[in-house]
Design a binder for this molecule. Structure first.
Ligand SMILES: [Zn+2]
Length: 314
């Protein structure tokens, strides 16, 4: 069976694995990312590929990179977390490893992994939304990954949902990820705890007494213990998530949504509300089949598996 290697390059670690045609990871390894040095990043990837290739015939390598990747799947134009600026990653790595290499945006790779082998299996039209510190996304239409004209499509977190709203890391105001991400959850919990500490007694106790001490895991734990402010923060995040899914439905009419990312590990606290708010607000409700809102199944390996599979489609 033909094997490829998938590499998921994040801001802190590089995860690489040998993947077979059925999406199974045959062997896997992790390395720290030398994030400030593009040459060292390419070398680390090449070292990981060399180690995994030993004694195996590898067909190609797929790299999932956190950044804007150009339409030829070669150059990382910009990355917010790594020192990549017009980085010719495909050329550098393929020279080092002597194999065909493709570069893909990490959220696109994740979406493809879920579409092929995870929660979206068998679905030709789907939108994958990764809810972590920000919001990432990937879109599959007619069974193919949608990249946009210049490879920069599906930056779902930067749809503007609130005119003149909260400042986003991208420089614009009111982006979706400022209202429906893990960071938004923490910001909302801090805001409520500051304005009305009586509603946030458990939350503040867990946070060492100050709103600044509140983190994502604090909000999750406080919500599980019934803290009013923590529950309100989850409720706000769920409503904003549902709103964005409604907008995406109006544009794309997907067959299903797949929700993943760090915040989905606490999905029991918010998924029912997302489904209810979505069903109550989506345009054409009552006259259209509703897409299922599913949770991702491949966890942290979705990007690696997706990148490995995309390396086959060259
Ligand atoms: Zn933004």
């Amino acid at each position: 069976m033909a094997l490829t290697i998938g590499v998921d390059i994040g801001g802190t670690k590089i995860a690489a694995g040998v993947v077979d045609e059925d999406g199974h990871i045959v062997e896997h390894l992790l390395r720290p990312t030398p994030a400030t040095d593009p040459e060292r990043v390419a070398e680390s990837i090449a070292e990981a590929v060399a180690e995994l290739s030993e004694g195996r015939e590898i067909e190609a390598v797929g790299l999932g990179a956190a950044g804007f990747v150009d339409e030829t799947r070669s150059v990382v134009r910009f990355s917010p977390n790594l020192a990549w600026r017009e980085e010719p990653l495909q050329k550098k790595v393929s020279t080092l490893v002597g194999l065909p290499v493709v570069v893909e945006n990490d959220a696109n790779a994740m979406a493809w992994g879920e579409a092929r082998f995870g929660a979206g299996r068998g679905e030709s039209h789907l939108v994958c939304v990764t809810v972590g510190t920000g919001i990432g996304g990937g879109i599959v239409l007619d069974g193919a990954l949608f990249r946009g004209r210049w490879g920069m499509g599906a930056e779902l977190g930067h749809m503007q949902v609130v005119p003149e709203g909260r400042l986003c890391g991208c420089g614009n105001l009111g982006c979706w990820e400022q209202y429906a991400s893990g960071n938004a959850l923490v910001a909302e919990a801090r805001k409520i705890a500051e304005a009305d500490p009586g509603r946030a007694t458990v939350l503040l106790e867990l946070a060492g007494g100050t709103p600044e001490g509140i983190e994502g895991k604090t909000v999750t734990e406080a919500a599980r213990r019934g803290d009013e402010a923590a529950l309100a923060a989850f409720s706000s995040m769920a409503d904003w998530l549902a709103q964005g899914l409604c907008d995406l439905t109006a544009i794309l009419d997907p067959g299903c949504f797949v929700l993943g990312g760090g915040v989905s590990t606490a999905a029991d606290l918010w998924i029912d509300q997302v489904r209810a708010a979505y069903a109550a607000n989506v345009t054409g409700r009552g006259h259209r089949p509703l897409p299922e809102i599913r949770l991702a199944e491949l966890g942290a390996s979705a990007g690696l598996v997706g990148a490995a599979d995309l390396a086959r489609i060259r």
